[in-house]
Design a protein around this ligand. Structure first.
Ligand code: SF4
Length: 336
């Protein structure tokens, strides 16, 4: 490794302001482990004209201390496309890096671990989508952004967990149908179906983090923490969403905490997000269920530094697939 990684006075000085951002969630005795890596990454990314996209499920030392843009996968890819950076480092999982490449074909997109996959993205292939289209001819295919580029390329429109109901209704109207195919998340599809008259045919995919939550767990959290506000992600099973006070995307949950300032809250989603939001909202007490995404957790400060030093691993999307995959994303973005 070409960079000196010691917690020197200079490193302590350079990272003091960053520690202030995460002091509520990272103990002081841990900081000397993170600080030299953070300092090295921040220097190297300036040298290489790189930006780091940090997903909401990254750990706080990544999210708050090296991320140039933070948020959900689509917002990150859109922000990166607007910058004049030459290099994008995706602190997230592989399908997110593909989306960044689709929206920024001229930039070099790096992912610090090629093993950072996703149970939703892995549940379906482009060939599966072609078979679905043969089975249900004429029905539009609505594809959650948590999918590979080749799956997006076979789709009519993409959706996020925030806009899924609107997208389903719009594409059904455009196709003059009362039924859509919505892939690959069976729980998101059921949660959407509960909010619209459009019928939804779905796929057997699930997020391995959100599907582990149960309705009984939510009831237990409520009885142990009277008055707590429960916010759930729509990738959770419908019976979990039914127990929540509010269901929404990661961005919507962050917005809820920022707007309502609940005294006590529980975010039914990947556990690093609670740390990241808690760091910015000391007025709110967070009860933290810990369902970790093993794929997201492959992205560490050490892996990011190595990625920048060696310019690996570059994410490549076949230009024809990228062009076809961009079209359903653009169609979604055109919906007001
Ligand atoms: S949290 Fe779920 S949807 Fe997100 S990357 Fe992990 S497995 Fe995939």
């Amino acid at each position: 490794m070409g960079v000196e990684l010691a917690y020197t006075d200079a490193v302590a000085q350079a990272t003091r302001g960053l520690y202030a951002k995460v002091a509520a969630v990272i103990p002081a005795m841990e900081w000397p482990v993170h600080a030299p890596l953070i300092d090295a990454i921040n220097r190297l990314k300036r040298e290489k004209k790189a930006v780091i996209l940090a997903h909401n499920y990254m750990t706080p030392e990544i999210f708050h201390c090296v991320g140039d843009f933070t948020g959900d996968s689509l917002a990150l890819a859109r922000e990166a496309a607007r910058t004049d950076a030459k290099v994008i480092v995706q602190a997230g999982v592989h399908f997110m890096a593909e989306t960044s490449k689709i929206l920024s074909p001229q930039k070099t997109v790096l992912i610090p671990s090629m093993q950072a996959g996703c149970s939703l993205a892995a549940s379906i292939t482009g060939a599966d989508v072609r078979l679905l289209k043969q089975k249900y001819p004429g029905l539009p295919v609505v594809t959650y952004v948590n999918t590979s580029a080749e799956v997006k390329a076979e789709s009519d429109i993409c959706c996020t967990s925030g806009n899924a109901v609107k997208v389903v209704e719009k594409i059904a109207a455009d196709f003059g149908t009362d039924t859509v195919i919505m892939i690959p998340d069976k729980y998101l599809a059921r949660n959407v179906a509960a909010q619209t008259r459009v019928k939804v045919i779905t796929w057997e995919g699930a997020c391995e983090v959100h599907e582990r939550f149960t309705a009984q767990q939510i009831r237990d959290y409520r009885s142990a923490n009277p008055g707590i506000v429960v916010l759930a992600h729509p990738e959770c099973p419908p019976e979990v969403v039914a127990e929540a006070d509010f269901a929404g995307s990661t961005a919507a949950m962050i917005g809820y905490v920022g707007t309502h300032h609940p005294e006590r809250v529980i975010l039914i989603t990947e556990c690093s997000m609670s740390d990241n939001v808690a760091a910015e909202h000391p007025e709110t007490q967070f009860v933290r269920p810990c369902n970790l995404c093993p794929h997201m957790k492959r992205i560490t400060l050490g892996a990011i530094l190595h990625s920048l030093e060696t310019m690996t691993t570059e994410v490549v999307v076949d230009p024809v697939i990228a062009m076809r995959a961009k079209s359903p994303i653009d169609r979604m973005l055109a919906i007001k």
